[in-house]
Ligand binder design. Structure first.
Ligand code: NAP
Length: 264
Protein backbone atom coordinates (compact mmCIF):
# COMPACT_ATOMS: atom_id res chain seq x y z
CA UNK A 1 0.00 0.00 0.00
CA UNK A 2 1.31 3.49 -0.84
CA UNK A 3 2.20 5.39 2.34
CA UNK A 4 1.31 9.06 2.93
CA UNK A 5 0.95 11.26 6.03
CA UNK A 6 0.17 14.72 7.32
CA UNK A 7 2.54 16.10 9.95
CA UNK A 8 1.78 18.99 12.33
CA UNK A 9 1.08 20.01 15.90
CA UNK A 10 -1.81 19.84 16.73
CA UNK A 11 -2.88 17.26 14.16
CA UNK A 12 -5.87 15.42 15.62
CA UNK A 13 -8.42 17.72 13.87
CA UNK A 14 -6.92 17.22 10.37
CA UNK A 15 -9.32 16.24 7.58
CA UNK A 16 -6.44 15.40 5.21
CA UNK A 17 -6.52 11.59 5.74
CA UNK A 18 -10.24 11.49 4.90
CA UNK A 19 -9.88 13.77 1.87
CA UNK A 20 -6.94 11.80 0.43
CA UNK A 21 -8.67 8.47 1.06
CA UNK A 22 -11.69 9.76 -0.90
CA UNK A 23 -9.38 10.81 -3.77
CA UNK A 24 -7.75 7.36 -3.73
CA UNK A 25 -11.15 5.62 -3.80
CA UNK A 26 -12.06 7.65 -6.87
CA UNK A 27 -8.80 6.53 -8.52
CA UNK A 28 -9.47 2.90 -7.53
CA UNK A 29 -6.50 2.74 -5.12
CA UNK A 30 -6.16 1.90 -1.44
CA UNK A 31 -3.71 4.13 0.43
CA UNK A 32 -2.31 4.31 3.94
CA UNK A 33 -2.53 8.01 5.01
CA UNK A 34 -1.65 8.71 8.66
CA UNK A 35 -1.62 11.73 11.00
CA UNK A 36 1.82 12.36 12.56
CA UNK A 37 2.13 14.54 15.64
CA UNK A 38 5.57 16.14 15.73
CA UNK A 39 7.58 18.64 17.76
CA UNK A 40 10.12 21.32 16.85
CA UNK A 41 12.92 19.12 18.19
CA UNK A 42 11.88 15.91 16.43
CA UNK A 43 10.48 17.29 13.14
CA UNK A 44 13.54 16.57 10.97
CA UNK A 45 13.96 13.07 12.40
CA UNK A 46 10.21 12.33 12.03
CA UNK A 47 10.37 13.28 8.34
CA UNK A 48 13.48 11.15 7.77
CA UNK A 49 11.92 8.14 9.50
CA UNK A 50 8.73 8.41 7.43
CA UNK A 51 10.56 8.56 4.10
CA UNK A 52 13.15 5.90 5.12
CA UNK A 53 10.18 3.60 5.78
CA UNK A 54 8.91 3.84 2.22
CA UNK A 55 6.73 6.91 2.70
CA UNK A 56 5.92 8.52 -0.66
CA UNK A 57 4.41 11.87 0.17
CA UNK A 58 3.67 14.05 3.14
CA UNK A 59 1.52 17.08 3.82
CA UNK A 60 2.89 19.58 6.30
CA UNK A 61 0.75 21.84 8.44
CA UNK A 62 1.03 24.35 11.31
CA UNK A 63 3.70 25.05 12.61
CA UNK A 64 6.23 23.25 10.37
CA UNK A 65 5.76 24.67 6.86
CA UNK A 66 8.88 26.89 6.98
CA UNK A 67 11.00 24.05 8.44
CA UNK A 68 9.74 21.67 5.73
CA UNK A 69 11.04 24.07 3.07
CA UNK A 70 14.40 24.42 4.79
CA UNK A 71 15.10 20.71 5.32
CA UNK A 72 14.18 19.56 1.78
CA UNK A 73 16.85 18.41 -0.73
CA UNK A 74 15.13 20.26 -3.59
CA UNK A 75 12.44 22.92 -3.78
CA UNK A 76 9.80 23.50 -6.44
CA UNK A 77 9.18 27.11 -7.57
CA UNK A 78 5.86 27.07 -5.64
CA UNK A 79 7.72 26.70 -2.33
CA UNK A 80 10.71 28.88 -3.29
CA UNK A 81 8.40 31.89 -3.88
CA UNK A 82 7.19 31.83 -0.27
CA UNK A 83 10.01 29.92 1.46
CA UNK A 84 7.44 27.56 2.90
CA UNK A 85 6.12 24.08 2.00
CA UNK A 86 2.92 22.12 2.62
CA UNK A 87 3.82 19.12 0.43
CA UNK A 88 6.86 16.83 0.39
CA UNK A 89 7.52 14.16 -2.23
CA UNK A 90 10.33 11.60 -2.24
CA UNK A 91 11.59 10.80 -5.73
CA UNK A 92 14.97 9.49 -6.88
CA UNK A 93 16.03 9.35 -3.23
CA UNK A 94 15.53 13.10 -2.76
CA UNK A 95 12.85 14.96 -0.81
CA UNK A 96 11.35 17.77 -2.86
CA UNK A 97 9.15 20.50 -1.38
CA UNK A 98 6.10 22.16 -2.95
CA UNK A 99 3.50 24.66 -1.74
CA UNK A 100 -0.01 24.01 -3.06
CA UNK A 101 -1.83 26.45 -0.72
CA UNK A 102 -1.73 29.43 -3.08
CA UNK A 103 -2.92 27.52 -6.14
CA UNK A 104 -5.46 25.66 -3.98
CA UNK A 105 -6.96 29.01 -3.00
CA UNK A 106 -7.07 30.18 -6.63
CA UNK A 107 -8.68 26.91 -7.75
CA UNK A 108 -11.39 27.40 -5.14
CA UNK A 109 -11.85 31.00 -6.32
CA UNK A 110 -12.34 29.63 -9.85
CA UNK A 111 -14.89 27.08 -8.63
CA UNK A 112 -16.86 29.90 -6.97
CA UNK A 113 -16.35 32.47 -9.78
CA UNK A 114 -14.39 34.79 -7.46
CA UNK A 115 -12.32 37.13 -9.65
CA UNK A 116 -8.86 38.42 -8.76
CA UNK A 117 -7.89 40.06 -12.05
CA UNK A 118 -8.28 43.88 -11.90
CA UNK A 119 -9.72 43.66 -8.37
CA UNK A 120 -8.64 45.62 -5.30
CA UNK A 121 -7.53 42.95 -2.81
CA UNK A 122 -6.97 43.16 0.95
CA UNK A 123 -5.10 40.37 2.71
CA UNK A 124 -5.61 40.46 6.49
CA UNK A 125 -2.85 38.77 8.47
CA UNK A 126 0.90 38.38 8.09
CA UNK A 127 1.52 34.83 9.30
CA UNK A 128 2.28 31.58 7.51
CA UNK A 129 -0.99 31.39 5.56
CA UNK A 130 -0.59 34.96 4.22
CA UNK A 131 2.96 34.11 3.13
CA UNK A 132 1.71 31.03 1.22
CA UNK A 133 -0.99 32.84 -0.79
CA UNK A 134 0.41 36.31 -1.53
CA UNK A 135 2.64 35.41 -4.49
CA UNK A 136 0.03 33.34 -6.33
CA UNK A 137 -2.56 36.10 -5.80
CA UNK A 138 -0.16 38.67 -7.22
CA UNK A 139 0.36 36.49 -10.32
CA UNK A 140 -3.37 36.79 -11.16
CA UNK A 141 -2.97 40.46 -12.15
CA UNK A 142 -5.03 42.17 -9.44
CA UNK A 143 -5.58 45.93 -9.64
CA UNK A 144 -3.84 46.27 -6.24
CA UNK A 145 -2.89 44.21 -3.19
CA UNK A 146 -2.87 45.67 0.33
CA UNK A 147 -2.01 43.99 3.61
CA UNK A 148 -3.35 44.67 7.10
CA UNK A 149 -2.05 43.04 10.26
CA UNK A 150 -2.65 43.62 13.98
CA UNK A 151 1.11 43.74 14.58
CA UNK A 152 2.33 46.25 12.00
CA UNK A 153 6.03 45.45 12.31
CA UNK A 154 5.43 41.88 11.06
CA UNK A 155 4.41 43.21 7.61
CA UNK A 156 7.93 44.14 6.36
CA UNK A 157 9.18 40.75 7.55
CA UNK A 158 6.65 38.81 5.47
CA UNK A 159 7.22 41.06 2.45
CA UNK A 160 10.98 40.36 2.68
CA UNK A 161 10.26 36.62 2.60
CA UNK A 162 8.21 36.37 -0.58
CA UNK A 163 9.14 36.86 -4.23
CA UNK A 164 6.76 38.87 -6.42
CA UNK A 165 7.00 41.66 -9.00
CA UNK A 166 3.74 43.20 -7.75
CA UNK A 167 3.99 45.94 -5.15
CA UNK A 168 2.16 44.97 -1.98
CA UNK A 169 1.05 48.09 -0.09
CA UNK A 170 0.19 48.60 3.54
CA UNK A 171 -3.52 49.22 4.29
CA UNK A 172 -4.46 52.77 5.28
CA UNK A 173 -7.59 53.87 7.17
CA UNK A 174 -10.57 54.57 4.88
CA UNK A 175 -9.59 52.21 2.04
CA UNK A 176 -12.14 49.71 0.71
CA UNK A 177 -11.77 46.57 -1.38
CA UNK A 178 -13.44 44.18 -3.85
CA UNK A 179 -12.03 41.05 -2.23
CA UNK A 180 -11.02 40.71 1.42
CA UNK A 181 -9.13 37.57 2.43
CA UNK A 182 -8.78 36.72 6.11
CA UNK A 183 -5.62 34.72 6.78
CA UNK A 184 -5.62 35.41 10.53
CA UNK A 185 -6.55 32.82 13.15
CA UNK A 186 -9.37 35.07 14.51
CA UNK A 187 -12.13 32.56 13.62
CA UNK A 188 -10.09 29.60 14.88
CA UNK A 189 -9.48 31.14 18.31
CA UNK A 190 -12.89 32.89 18.42
CA UNK A 191 -11.29 36.25 19.12
CA UNK A 192 -12.93 39.68 18.89
CA UNK A 193 -12.60 41.19 15.40
CA UNK A 194 -10.77 44.48 15.60
CA UNK A 195 -10.57 45.40 11.91
CA UNK A 196 -12.51 48.37 10.42
CA UNK A 197 -15.91 47.58 8.88
CA UNK A 198 -15.51 50.23 6.20
CA UNK A 199 -13.12 47.98 4.25
CA UNK A 200 -16.31 46.55 2.64
CA UNK A 201 -18.24 48.02 -0.28
CA UNK A 202 -21.72 46.89 -1.45
CA UNK A 203 -20.36 44.21 -3.74
CA UNK A 204 -17.28 43.16 -1.74
CA UNK A 205 -16.57 39.47 -1.35
CA UNK A 206 -14.88 38.04 1.73
CA UNK A 207 -13.00 34.76 2.11
CA UNK A 208 -11.91 33.31 5.47
CA UNK A 209 -9.13 30.70 5.21
CA UNK A 210 -10.47 29.04 8.36
CA UNK A 211 -13.43 26.67 7.94
CA UNK A 212 -16.08 25.09 10.14
CA UNK A 213 -19.45 23.40 9.67
CA UNK A 214 -21.24 26.57 10.74
CA UNK A 215 -20.37 29.96 9.23
CA UNK A 216 -17.05 31.14 10.66
CA UNK A 217 -16.74 34.18 12.92
CA UNK A 218 -15.14 36.17 10.07
CA UNK A 219 -17.85 35.10 7.60
CA UNK A 220 -20.57 36.33 9.99
CA UNK A 221 -18.70 39.58 10.70
CA UNK A 222 -18.20 40.18 6.95
CA UNK A 223 -21.92 39.72 6.28
CA UNK A 224 -22.83 42.08 9.15
CA UNK A 225 -20.31 44.62 7.81
CA UNK A 226 -21.83 44.66 4.31
CA UNK A 227 -20.07 41.97 2.25
CA UNK A 228 -22.16 40.68 -0.65
CA UNK A 229 -20.85 37.12 -0.23
CA UNK A 230 -18.68 35.46 2.42
CA UNK A 231 -16.86 32.15 1.92
CA UNK A 232 -14.77 29.93 4.18
CA UNK A 233 -11.58 27.96 3.50
CA UNK A 234 -12.92 24.40 3.20
CA UNK A 235 -12.77 24.64 -0.58
CA UNK A 236 -9.14 25.79 -0.37
CA UNK A 237 -8.30 22.86 1.92
CA UNK A 238 -9.79 20.40 -0.57
CA UNK A 239 -8.15 22.04 -3.60
CA UNK A 240 -4.67 22.19 -2.03
CA UNK A 241 -5.06 18.51 -1.11
CA UNK A 242 -6.02 17.66 -4.71
CA UNK A 243 -2.87 19.38 -5.99
CA UNK A 244 -0.71 17.40 -3.51
CA UNK A 245 -2.44 14.19 -4.58
CA UNK A 246 -1.69 14.97 -8.22
CA UNK A 247 2.02 15.62 -7.45
CA UNK A 248 2.33 12.24 -5.71
CA UNK A 249 0.11 10.07 -7.91
CA UNK A 250 0.10 11.82 -11.27
CA UNK A 251 -3.71 11.76 -11.08
CA UNK A 252 -6.01 14.81 -10.86
CA UNK A 253 -8.89 13.95 -8.51
CA UNK A 254 -12.40 15.31 -8.94
CA UNK A 255 -13.06 17.63 -5.99
CA UNK A 256 -16.76 18.27 -6.71
CA UNK A 257 -18.32 15.87 -4.19
CA UNK A 258 -15.76 16.03 -1.38
CA UNK A 259 -17.52 18.68 0.78
CA UNK A 260 -20.66 16.54 0.84
CA UNK A 261 -18.69 13.38 1.64
CA UNK A 262 -17.05 15.21 4.55
CA UNK A 263 -20.51 16.07 5.90
CA UNK A 264 -20.30 19.86 5.27
P1 NAP B 1 0.00 32.18 12.08
O1 NAP B 1 1.24 32.05 11.26
O2 NAP B 1 0.05 31.88 13.53
O3 NAP B 1 -0.55 33.69 11.86
C1 NAP B 1 -1.65 34.14 12.61
C2 NAP B 1 -2.13 35.50 12.10
O4 NAP B 1 -3.34 35.80 12.80
C3 NAP B 1 -1.15 36.65 12.35
O5 NAP B 1 -1.26 37.58 11.31
C4 NAP B 1 -1.72 37.24 13.67
O6 NAP B 1 -1.48 38.60 13.84
C5 NAP B 1 -3.21 37.07 13.43
N1 NAP B 1 -3.99 37.08 14.67
C6 NAP B 1 -4.01 36.13 15.63
N2 NAP B 1 -4.86 36.48 16.61
C7 NAP B 1 -5.40 37.67 16.25
C8 NAP B 1 -6.33 38.56 16.86
N3 NAP B 1 -6.90 38.26 18.02
N4 NAP B 1 -6.64 39.71 16.22
C9 NAP B 1 -6.05 40.01 15.05
N5 NAP B 1 -5.16 39.23 14.41
C10 NAP B 1 -4.83 38.07 15.02
O7 NAP B 1 -1.16 31.22 11.50
P2 NAP B 1 -1.34 30.73 9.97
O8 NAP B 1 -0.56 29.51 9.75
O9 NAP B 1 -1.10 31.90 9.09
O10 NAP B 1 -2.89 30.29 9.95
C11 NAP B 1 -3.92 31.26 10.04
C12 NAP B 1 -5.28 30.66 9.74
O11 NAP B 1 -5.34 30.17 8.40
C13 NAP B 1 -5.67 29.48 10.65
O12 NAP B 1 -7.00 29.68 11.08
C14 NAP B 1 -5.59 28.27 9.72
O13 NAP B 1 -6.53 27.27 10.07
C15 NAP B 1 -5.94 28.89 8.38
N6 NAP B 1 -5.41 28.12 7.21
C16 NAP B 1 -6.29 27.50 6.38
C17 NAP B 1 -5.82 26.81 5.26
C18 NAP B 1 -6.80 26.11 4.34
O14 NAP B 1 -6.37 25.26 3.53
N7 NAP B 1 -8.06 26.46 4.35
C19 NAP B 1 -4.45 26.72 5.01
C20 NAP B 1 -3.57 27.39 5.88
C21 NAP B 1 -4.06 28.08 6.99
P3 NAP B 1 -0.18 39.13 14.68
O15 NAP B 1 0.96 39.13 13.69
O16 NAP B 1 -0.60 40.48 15.12
O17 NAP B 1 0.03 38.16 15.80
Amino acid sequence: MKKFAVIGNPIEHSLSPTIHTLFAQEQGEVIDYKKLLSTKNTFQEDIKLFFDNEGIGMNVTIPFKDNAYLISDENDKSSILCKSANTLFKKDNKIKSYNTDGDGLLNDFDKNSIDVENKKILVIGAGGAAKSILTTLCNRKPNSVHILNRTKNKIPIILDNIKTNTTINIYEEGMNFDLIINTTSISMINSEIIFPKNIFMNDSISYDLFYSKQKTKFQLWSEESGAKEAYNGLGMLIEQAALSYEIWNNYKPDTTHIKKSLGF
